[in-house]
Design a protein around this ligand. Structure first.
Ligand code: 542
Ligand code: MG
Length: 214
């Protein structure tokens, strides 16, 4: 029983990144995925777009669906103003265990609540569990066929307010056709596509930014 890819990614962080330095953690993961083993992190090119949207929104409360190894968790949390919180949901315990250590290595554990469990069950509990009124920013990067049901669930649970921003990864590759169809045609959202590439490749992919209009 050898190691898993997330465990090898974590080892690369512990070997090459400086504790308490989020940028060095990001660089170590990007280097590992570009030169050693590809992994489904949002990556550096789409990550720069993620950074610019997070900086523009400057969220007090942010939500991430699908933590995986914590790469985008670190990218988002490093930009959050003091006193703000990022809640990230992950239902695979092995991935959650790796992500917790990546987030800790970056020194961002105080800004992040990593919750283990399925988004469908946890989203309705956000108000009770964390006293969240609404999310200023949501990053969708979990199973692609769950983007639409979870966006609708956030609406139904009144967890979006006028101006809340949803940012969805992989809307081209692997693709999220039902989500795109809904969000681009709904009068309740204003959407914009940011063309980019699939992490660490030349394949086209992109992010869809959608502002909830209330
Ligand atoms: C459904 N509710 C859920 N609640 C909580 N966590 C959930 C979850 N669904 C999935 N997850 C977790 O999110 C993560 C899943 C991410 C799915 N992402 C992808 O499939 C993906 C896939 C690719 C990809 C692209 C091209 C290719 F050839 C191969 C892969 C690229 C990406 O950027 C991706 O994000 C895992 O950590 C999983 O355990
Ligand atoms: Mg992705």
């Amino acid at each position: 029983t050898g190691s898993t890819r997330p465990q090898r990614l974590l080892r690369a962080v512990q070997k090459n990144a400086t504790q308490g330095d989020p940028q060095s953690v990001i660089n170590a993961i990007d280097h590992f995925c570009r030169h050693k083993e590809w992994a489904m992190n949002v990556g550096d090119e789409k990550g720069s777009i993620l950074d610019s949207v997070v900086s523009e929104v400057n969220p007090s409360t942010a939500l991430e669906l699908g933590t995986y190894c914590g790469y985008s968790t670190v990218r988002i949390a490093r930009l959050l103003p003091p006193g703000s919180q990022l809640i990230t949901l992950e239902f695979n315990p092995a991935y959650a265990a790796v992500a917790k250590q990546v987030i800790g290595w970056a020194g961002l554990q105080d800004k992040v609540q990593l919750v283990e469990g399925p988004s469908g069950d946890l989203i309705p509990q956000m108000k009770d569990l964390f006293g969240v009124q609404s999310f200023d920013f949501v990053f969708l990067d979990h199973w692609k066929d769950r983007y639409l049901p979870d966006a609708k669930l956030l609406e139904e649970c009144s967890l979006l307010r006028k101006g809340s921003v949803l940012l969805a990864d992989n809307v081209i590759c692997p693709g999220t056709p039902e989500y795109l169809e809904y969000i681009r045609n709904s009068p309740r959202y204003e959407s914009r596509y940011f063309k980019s590439h699939l992490e660490y490749t030349k394949v086209e992919d992109g992010l869809e930014k959608s502002v909830f209009l209330g």
